[in-house]
Design a protein around this ligand. Structure first.
Ligand SMILES: [Zn+2]
Length: 56
């Protein structure tokens, strides 16, 4: 599982893949913070900040 923390509120967003994670993060930024993010921006955020998490 891939996890990334929202830069703005610190909420943890998780998904099965980086691809899905980008979508979730984009949705979160839009709905929770009314902040649009481009595909490049999401790609960069996920590439630099996402990490692998294990289900426990
Ligand atoms: Zn947030």
């Amino acid at each position: 599982m891939r996890v990334v923390e929202c830069d703005i509120c610190g909420e943890t967003i998780s998904a099965e893949s980086d691809e899905e994670l980008k979508g979730r993060l984009g949705e979160h930024l839009g709905s929770a913070h009314e902040r649009g993010a481009s595909a490049e921006e999401l790609q960069e955020l996920v590439a630099s900040e996402a990490y692998e998490a294990t289900d426990s």
